[in-house]
Ligand binder design. Structure first.
Ligand SMILES: [Zn+2]
Length: 250
């Protein structure tokens, strides 16, 4: 069976900004299966559609974007600006981990620009730790507990800074030059978001901002485009940099 990488990020287009290039390379170069999950269907990401309608649109965009990689998209059906550290989302992430059984898990930086990202990071950290424990959510009809804790990595914070504006430097970078056009096509599949970001953030360069950020991370490493990551190295988590060994660091 192919190895599996799973990203669990807050919103349907976060993977395209933060880790789709790394997904692409694991799929193309290593034959890994790719799973992309968002905590919410992006139900606040519109000024023209109601929450149910935009959620429906954005789930479909998530599926279309993932399909460009041959990846599977999952929505954990929490709600925008209402991602909390509590039992329901923890159980949903744990169930997903036990279902797709990843060797590598990617999530948000523990410090980021908004709380949905930070809460998702904490939830994924805990679920990854709990998923191998058989007594954790023992009575919920999950697939068997994982054999061990997967390798856990944090993506870059948005714009590489925390909420105080302090820079967060990656522990290592992955060269995504071969992946950039697919990453851009995936982001462009989130058609509803260009409109929303223009109206809410005054940002009329949805795909360009991803290109600019990838180029900035690349420049720091002497390559055209890169994605940055930090590995969770707390007690009990794998200590070897499997992602770096597979794809090379820059
Ligand atoms: Zn987000």
């Amino acid at each position: 069976m192919a190895d599996v990488v799973l990203s669990v990020l807050a919103h349907p287009d976060d993977a395209e900004f933060l880790c789709a290039g790394t997904h692409f390379r694991l799929a193309r170069e290593q034959g890994w299966q790719i799973h992309i999950a968002s905590m919410t269907p992006g139900d606040c990401g519109s000024v023209e559609h109601g929450p149910e309608e935009i959620a429906r649109i954005r789930r479909a965009e998530g599926v279309r974007a993932a399909a460009l990689l041959g990846a599977t998209y999952h929505c954990l059906e929490e709600h925008d600006l209402l991602i909390f550290y509590h039992e329901r989302p923890l159980e949903r992430i744990t169930r997903l981990l036990r279902t797709v059984r990843p060797r590598i898990v990617l999530t948000h930086s523990p410090a980021d620009y908004m709380l949905d990202h930070e809460m998702t990071s904490a939830l994924v950290r805990a679920a990854v730790f709990g998923a191998p424990a058989p007594n954790f959510f023992a009575d919920r009809g999950h697939p068997p507990a994982l054999a061990h804790i997967p390798h856990l990595y944090y993506c870059d914070a948005i714009e590489g800074k925390d909420a105080m504006g302090r820079p967060i430097e990656p522990g290592f970078r992955i060269d995504i030059g071969t992946a950039l056009e697919t990453k851009a096509a995936m982001l462009a599949a989130h058609v509803s978001q260009r409109d929303w970001l223009l109206k809410h953030h005054g940002m009329d360069h949805y795909v360009q901002s991803m290109r600019d950020w990838s180029a900035q991370r690349g420049r720091q490493a002497g390559v055209a485009f890169a994605e940055g990551f930090r590995q969770h190295l707390g007690h009990g988590y794998p200590q070897d940099n499997l992602l770096g060994q597979l794809l090379g660091v820059c």
